[in-house]
Design a protein around this ligand. Structure first.
Ligand SMILES: Cc1cc2nc3c(=O)[nH]c(=O)nc-3n(C[C@H](O)[C@H](O)[C@H](O)COP(=O)(O)O)c2cc1C
Length: 247
């Protein structure tokens, strides 16, 4: 996981691919191997991955689409975000362009062992220029808007580079005396129907947790994670998703 930190600092959604650049067979084979190594947040949720040609989906860019399927158990969307973000960072680390693609769907029926389609990543070969080399190129809310912490500040500052649907950044993070609490803020503004926002923002929270863990590990924090599988909202409209105890 530690090597992902470099990827987190350079990652960017890539939507423009040249038809002249193709994923080679070696790169494709390595992607397939990587898929077998993904760490789940909840290993009791059955998942499956398929790679489809873009023309077999409604995606408008990318050479291929990585489709994720899952059992619909509590927490399955957060688990999906956590697992696929490992691929998002793996692609960036290997200079492969990628974009989370919530609005696209597979158009060909895939036998995914009876599991439901959740979301896809569109990807394709790109160049080094397609990444970020200056932290100021990340368009994110000011740190103080989503974070209130006296703990692990450097790690939290990098965790905000996590991608999110429509860049909504639905996380709210409180850190106090070695305990970091991660919430999903339901008061986000986006031009999408409410149910869709809740669906995508749950995936975003898994993405955020993965990015936070990559940052904590980079700064050599050892932690214990507690994952809450609840939908209970506090009076500020926040749902507690996880707690990290720094040891
Ligand atoms: C769950 C999710 C769904 C997304 N869906 C789309 C999409 O349908 N189309 C698209 O162009 N970008 C999509 N994105 C990409 C976001 O717009 C992008 O991550 C965000 O604006 C931040 O930009 P960055 O990834 O370049 O840092 C999605 C991102 C996430 C995490």
């Amino acid at each position: 996981m530690k090597e992902y930190f470099e990827a987190l600092c350079k990652r960017k959604s890539v939507r423009d691919f040249s038809d002249d650049c193709k994923i080679s067979k070696d790169v494709y084979d390595n992607i397939m191997k990587k898929l077998d190594m993904l760490m789940p947040l909840d290993g009791d949720i059955k998942v499956n991955f398929e790679i489809a040609e873009r023309r077999d989906t409604s995606a408008k860019f990318g050479e291929y689409c990585l489709l994720m399927y899952s059992e619909k158990k509590p927490g399955y969307l957060i688990n999906a975000g956590y697992m696929l973000e490992q691929m998002d960072l793996y692609f960036a680390l290997n200079n492969i362009g990628v974009c989370w693609y919530g609005l696209a769907k597979p158009e060909k029926k895939v036998d995914a062992g009876g599991l439901d389609f959740v979301i896809m990543l569109a990807f394709g070969q790109c160049g080094e220029k397609d990444f970020r080399y200056d932290r100021r190129d990340f368009l994110r809310k000011p740190f103080s808007e989503n974070f209130d912490s006296n703990t692990a500040l450097e790690a939290l500052k990098t965790s905000l580079y996590a991608p999110s649907a429509c860049n909504t950044q639905p996380w709210y993070v409180e850190g106090k005396d070695g305990l970091i609490s991660v919430y999903r803020d339901t008061n986000v503004a986006a031009r999408l129907p409410k149910a869709m926002i809740s669906y995508f923002n749950s995936i975003d929270m898994g993405i955020y947790m993965l990015c936070l863990e990559v940052s904590l590990q980079h700064y050599e924090y050892i932690f214990e994670r507690r994952f809450y599988n609840s939908e209970q909202m506090d009076i500020k409209g926040r749902i507690k998703i996880a707690e990290y105890k720094i040891l």
